[in-house]
Design a protein around this ligand. Sequence first.
Ligand code: 13P
Ligand code: SF4
Length: 339
Amino acid sequence: MNIQKQIVSLKAKLGPSLCILAHHYQADDVVIHADIVGDSLELARQIPELAAEHIVFCGVHFMAETAAILAGANQHVYAPDVSAGCVMANMAPAPLLETILNRLQSGGKQVIPLTYVNSSAAVKAVCGRFGGSVCTSANAAVMLRWALDQGDAVLFLPDANLGQNTATAVGLGASAIKILNIRGGGQYVQALEPDHRLLLWPGVCAVHAKIHAEHIQKIRNRHPQGTILVHPECDPQVVALADGAGSTSYLINKVQQAATGRTMHIGTEANLVHRLQRQHPDKTICSLHPIWCSNMAKTTAEKLLDTLTHLQIQSVVRVGESIAASARLALERMLAVCS
Ligand code: 13P
Ligand code: SF4
């Protein structure tokens, strides 16, 4: 029996005790087995609703960790490849975040941390303890407005591009924004200055950073009638030149809503763009610039089969309760604000 048939047969055997979740950047031969496919927000929202004992998460580590934090005590979350990390999430270590928050608050002002969901459980836990929360690319503007109302300023991490793009969307001017110098263990960070309302952690998605303004200018010259849409992890210059920016679900919805015959250039992970091409043969869907996330690619049909075959201890994703409790608080604030 080939791999695909074996997965189908194991799924049938496990029945409702199993739920497979997949992010939109997963390859087709994984996505076809998913019970739920979504963007980071949609997948996080589903977790508290699931009854399945075994939740297999096809994505990257921070997504499976988020699922483990939100899952019930009798549920187990598995990742087919536990080494599938996220380069941007790795740019924000939790102890450094805590040091920097303490330095910013040393003048008595309250700085609320707002972490992009692409961050470790330990970072989410610090956000929970400092009165902050979590956002995804789908709700970043709502959550930034919420966080600005909670204190004197917001520390947004780890993605400086998403932070800047969201600041533009909510109308924060350049003089209210500062990119932090996090070098030297946070020694260059001073107490919050009165003008600053948004502090940006200097992290970036190495995959979306490969898309440049010149790619857009080239496409505009060649296809002036085409629509250009990008993910908000792209550089603010890229976002400013595009016709729209949003989460993976936003990009999918825009393609679905477009009229037959339309040409659209999408600036995000190629697995999603290629799937959209296949699903919409009546439209011309192109990669603005082809990019692949090597971590997303670590989850393969073979590894999914292996996980389902053994449902074994080494692929269980666990978060210790001391971190999970504070991280849950941060995530639940997001789910409450965006219910
Ligand atoms: P979405 O939340 O838009 O699905 O994006 C997640 C991600 O990691 C993009 O690089
Ligand atoms: Fe992380 Fe970028 Fe991959 Fe998304 S595309 S999972 S932000 S490395």
